[in-house]
Design a protein around this ligand. Structure first.
Ligand code: FES
Length: 120
């Protein structure tokens, strides 16, 4: 695992140029698929589990990202049945009792690192 100086548990996932603007890619770390989102419109990056908890589809990296509600909560909508999830908290925003895991993202020198200490 490539490390950033002074940073523990950071996984080099890809180059920032590998992730489309306002879109996502999927990378694998151990047995976990991680969806990485380059939310260019907001100037923000997010990472979540790639599996949608609704029907266990590996799909969230291909979901549509946007902002929701008065709080402008950043979200991703699963391409299958459009259930959407907060990119900040992982909470389901479409009223169901689902939750996805989120991971901190650090961009350094054109590289995307994911904090993976919670991944076994
Ligand atoms: S599998 Fe994602 S919303 Fe149904």
């Amino acid at each position: 695992m490539e490390k950033l100086q002074g940073a523990e548990d950071l996984f080099f996932a890809c180059y920032s140029d590998d992730v489309p603007q306002n879109g996502g890619v999927c990378v694998k770390y151990k047995n976990e698929q991680i969806a990485i989102f380059n939310f260019t419109r907001r100037g923000e990056w997010y990472a979540t589990q790639n599996m949608c908890p609704h029907k266990q589809q590996m799909a969230l990296s291909r979901g549509m990202i946007g902002s929701s509600g008065e709080e402008c909560e950043p979200k991703v909508a699963c391409p299958f049945h459009k259930k959407s999830f907060s990119l900040k908290t992982g909470d389901c925003l479409t009223g169901e009792d689902y939750k996805i895991r989120i991971f901190p993202v650090i961009i350094n020198n054109g590289k995307v690192f994911i904090e993976v200490k919670s991944i076994g």
